[in-house]
Design a protein around this ligand. Structure first.
Ligand SMILES: [Zn+2]
Length: 579
């Protein structure tokens, strides 16, 4: 089935769902659809279907696509796109003519993600070789609420997920991505000839405390499509009958790739939950992009081998938004949802506390404090632990603290100790500091988050809530951060540890034992005094007294270890990671 026929069948299906208003379809198709319909223009077959007018409503699921520019490039807003309801098929992109009033009524374009909408009375049209649904301002738009299977809950980021990596390759012109099949096995799954230690599979498992297990997508038995048998450890060549030279419209390539995947029977959950597509060099102006809460991500050539790009783009698939700092949308480099790096096997890091919570990770190690729980004039002392130590912690020890902030803006602060070790050893920013992130009050939600502070021992953050790091100690094999959190407390936010409680009253038998002990002691002391007096008398008689000499004062300082390096090697690491 060619892309064009697929498009036509979609439109025909839409036309059969006879509605109340007209749908004007003006198609400009390039290819070999049906020569009797069109004519060749500029050496390319361009077909124009006759305008079809009938009554129809167009119903589809809106998804959002988030693109990433090369480092230093401007941040790009997410774009809406339309997926036929009930299908995991090709995406129809919306033109900017999506009615502004409708977008505003839905709370902005980001809030549109995952809605089923029906466009009534529009002359929705597809006008490029890639189907693009244009919705004029005159169209009446109905939103029917969240779409099934599109706005996934956070549970999507837990369990075993199969991932397929597709190298988009031209059968007619020979272009293909630079990373080989073996390169991708090594960089995505840590398999193959030279496995890369820090890869998408290993980081997904480690950062999620083994909540998210990535497995290579595989050909389902019974699928005899030629491409299916080619899947090797989750990686395949996806052969496209088109020129993949620089300059070709990446949307056309994407469309052709998805259609081809469907035609091969590989676009089903039994084969893969998520698909990573690699463009050959010079096609995508963005380093990568992904569909928010969707199943696909697209990488510009070598970026398809970057673990940070994988974690970032699939993070979008899991519903995560960007993490910024200082007005830079990607500025928080303590999280993979900040900038990505064109590096193989680096950096080993994870996400910030709000994103970990949004993904459903560390749920038994998250402490939440509601705004109403903060009492004016009182100070809360709370312990926070490193998320990298989670397997050595007791149940309930928090690695994420969520603080609801009583503000009209409605946001929460997420605190996480960003310890640079193990799977977070390469964290680019805020290493060994407590990150304070402003994120959505209720997650999951697709909302830009901002890192507002990185705190070391003695530092504080004060905006609606005051957070002070009282101490950062190593206790046994884990780090303990003592935090003071208050609204308006004016006393010492970090009081010294309280003295031991007074002992309980003694039992009668304890009193009896003490009395007996005291009696024996008195007797012994009396005997001793008698003997000493006798001996001293003899000594005074025999030896001159020595001059008095004071002992030097001896001072002891007990040093509290500040880092693992302060502890003897034999006691530094008692925990093990079960990766
Ligand atoms: Zn992004």
């Amino acid at each position: 089935m060619s892309p064009k026929v697929d498009l036509l069948s979609d439109l025909a299906q839409a036309l059969q769902q006879t509605g109340r208003d007209s749908l004007v379809v003006a198609l400009g198709l390039r290819g070999d659809l049906n020569a009797s319909i069109g004519s060749a223009v500029n050496g390319t077959f361009v077909f124009t279907l006759p305008t079809v007018q009938t009554t129809v409503d167009v119903t589809c699921e809106i998804v959002l696509r988030q693109k990433m520019n090369p480092p230093g490039g401007a941040a790009l807003p997410p774009e809406p796109a339309c997926v036929p309801v009930g299908r995991r098929g090709p995406v129809y992109e919306f033109s900017p003519s999506l009615p502004k009033a409708f977008v505003a009524s839905m709370g902005g374009v980001r809030q549109l993600g995952g809605k089923i909408v029906t466009f009534v009375g529009g002359n929705a049209s597809a006008e490029k070789s890639v189907p693009t649904v244009f919705i004029p301002a005159s169209a009446f738009v109905v939103a029917d609420g969240p779409a099934r299977g599109v706005q996934r809950p956070s549970a999507a980021a837990t369990g075993t997920k199969k991932v397929l990596v597709a190298r988009m390759r031209s059968t007619t012109h020979g272009q293909e991505p630079t990373p080989t099949i073996n390169d991708l096995k090594e960089r995505v799954f840590g398999m193959g000839i030279s496995p890369v230690a820090v890869n998408f599979k290993s980081q997904s498992a480690a950062c999620s405390e083994n909540e998210l297990i990535i497995e290579p997508g595989a050909c389902v038995s019974g699928n005899t499509a030629p491409g299916c048998a080619e899947i090797s450890d989750g990686v395949m060549n996806l052969d496209l009958d088109m020129d993949l030279s620089p300059g070709v419209d990446p949307s056309e390539v994407e469309y052709a790739a998805v259609v081809k995947l469907n035609a091969l029977g590989l676009r089903d959950a039994a084969t893969a939950d998520y698909v990573m597509f690699l463009f050959p060099p010079g096609i995508s102006p963005w380093i990568a992009y992904a569909y928010i809460n969707g199943w696909s991500s697209f990488y510009s050539d070598t970026w398809g081998g970057s673990v940070s790009a994988h974690m970032h783009e699939v993070g979008h698939n899991f519903g995560l938004a960007h993490s910024g700092e200082f007005d830079e949308e990607y500025g928080d480099e303590s999280s993979y949802m900040g900038y990505s790096f064109l590096s193989i096997g680096w950096p080993a890091m994870c996400y910030h506390g709000g994103q970990h919570r949004s993904l459903g990770w560390y749920s038994t190690h998250t402490t939440e404090i509601a705004a109403s729980d903060f009492v004016s004039g009182q100070n809360e002392l709370v312990d926070l632990f490193a998320f990298t130590d989670v397997q050595a912690l007791s149940a309930g020890d928090p690695v994420i603290i969520k603080l609801d902030v009583a503000s009209p803006r409605g946001y929460a602060l997420y605190l996480q100790y960003n310890k640079a070790e193990d799977h977070n050893s390469g964290v680019v920013e805020s290493a060994n500091l407590i990150t304070v992130v402003q994120d959505a009050l209720d997650t999951p939600a697709y909302q830009q988050s901002w890192k507002v502070a990185s705190l070391g021992e003695g530092d504080d953050y004060d905006d609606n809530l005051r957070v002070k790091v009282c101490s950062l100690d190593v206790v046994g094999s884990v780090d303990v951060v003592r935090l003071s959190i208050s609204l308006d407390y004016i006393g010492d936010p970090c009081p010294p540890p309280s003295l031991s409680p007074p002992p309980a009253p003694l039992e009668w038998w304890e009193i009896l034992l003490i009395a007996l002990g005291a009696l024996i002691g008195i007797i012994l002391l009396s005997l001793c005094i008698l003997r000493v007096c006798f001996a001293r008398t003899v000594e005074i008689d025999m030896v001159p007294a020595a001059p008095a000499r004071a002992d030097p004062i001896r001072s002891e300082h007990r040093r509290i270890p500040q880092s693992r390096s302060d502890i003897a090697p034999s006691t530094t690491r008692e925990k093990t990671f079960d990766l």
